[in-house]
Write a protein that binds this ligand. Structure first.
Ligand code: DGY
Length: 325
């Protein structure tokens, strides 16, 4: 029987590729940078399935170029804002993602960023490496306490809740803003509030919402001005939820104290971007889910979604189940 042809737009953990190679004819983009659009349009022609990363727009033009034989799109991420899901649904193509398996790892990173910003860890490290450490300093690198602070969580989904659990262990007061209340979060003491209350009362504001029309630039100049002057903003969700120019001005002018970002707009952030000229910011290159075990689990989940789609079975994790009628 003819093997289905699939395109994988970057090298993913081998455990996933091995599983895929057993059933499909696989073409993997071998470079470390995203597959150029032109190459993608040409490689994907005639594909039965596509395994994409969050760096690849999956839109009408691409779907059109691939052709009507396409059976499945599997995104190697929990977020799928790079995929025009409505266009896939119109064509009856299921779209898979990787929820659950990266929850704890991403919450670990959000909490690590929160701690590193609170205690100015990266500034302190740069100071030592620059040979500036002369003595113990009663007034050096004073940060803010995490224990007993108020943490505002925007988006109480899986990752937001996993962060809330970590904060509860540090005796924090937890506020959250979400579409609906979250009984498990309430059970550990989290309090449902409106966005204004969250912004005004939190010492740390951490974003865990998907990027949608509603959340794009949710944290703009107005929102930043509502935050405490001592507040820290943490973003491990999507860069476009924060207005980067407004954030730059807020950090420069002391409107808020600190930011710790794992995601940026633009992404990647150019090395000469104004944000990187500031000391009161930490920027990581979108590594929220980057642990060996979690990336293996994501690869297996993405491949299981892809194989299910190729076999005409229901995807284990499908973002548009309406395609099944
Ligand atoms: C996702 O899964 O959406 C992350 O941003 C990458 O792991």
């Amino acid at each position: 029987m003819k093997r289905p042809y699939v395109v994988v737009t970057r090298r993913i953990p081998q455990v996933g590729l091995d599983m895929l190679n057993e059933e499909a004819l696989v073409r993997v983009w071998p470079e470390e940078t995203p597959i150029p659009r032109k190459v993608m349009l040409s490689w994907a022609q005639g594909a039965d399935g596509l395994l994409t990363l969050l760096t690849e727009p999956v839109d009408e033009a691409l779907l059109e170029a691939i052709g009507p034989q396409l059976r499945v799109i599997s995104n190697f991420a929990v977020g799928y804002d790079n995929v025009d899901v409505a266009a896939c649904t119109r064509r009856g193509i299921p779209v898979g993602n990787t929820p659950g398996v990266l929850t704890e790892t991403t919450a670990d990173l959000a909490f690590a960023l929160l701690m590193a910003a609170a205690r100015r860890l990266l500034e302190a490290d740069r100071f030592v490496r620059a040979g500036k450490w002369r003595t113990w300093m009663p007034l050096g690198f004073l940060g803010v306490d995490i224990h007993g602070s108020s943490v505002g969580i925007i988006g109480m989904g899986r990752i937001g809740y996993a962060l809330a659990r970590r904060c509860a262990g540090f005796d924090c007061r937890i506020l959250y803003y979400n579409h609906h209340t979250h009984p498990q979060a309430e059970a550990i003491g989290a309090q449902y509030v409106d966005l204004d209350t969250l912004l005004t009362e939190s010492d740390f504001v951490s974003i865990h919402a998907p990027l949608t029309l509603e959340t794009e630039r949710l944290i703009d100049e107005k929102a930043l001005r509502k935050m405490k002057r001592t507040a820290v903003l943490i973003n491990t969700a999507r860069g476009k939820i924060v207005d980067s120019e407004a954030l730059y001005r807020a950090l420069r002018d002391g409107v808020i104290a600190y930011a710790a970002l794992d995601v940026t707009d633009p992404e990647p952030l150019p090395v000469d971007h104004p944000l990187l000229m500031l000391d009161n910011i930490i920027v990581a290159p979108h590594i929220g889910s980057a642990s060996v075990a979690t990336r293996d689990r994501m690869a297996l989940m993405a491949v299981r979604n892809l194989l299910a789609g190729l076999r005409g079975e229901r995807l284990p994790a499908c973002v548009n189940p309406e395609v099944y009628g």
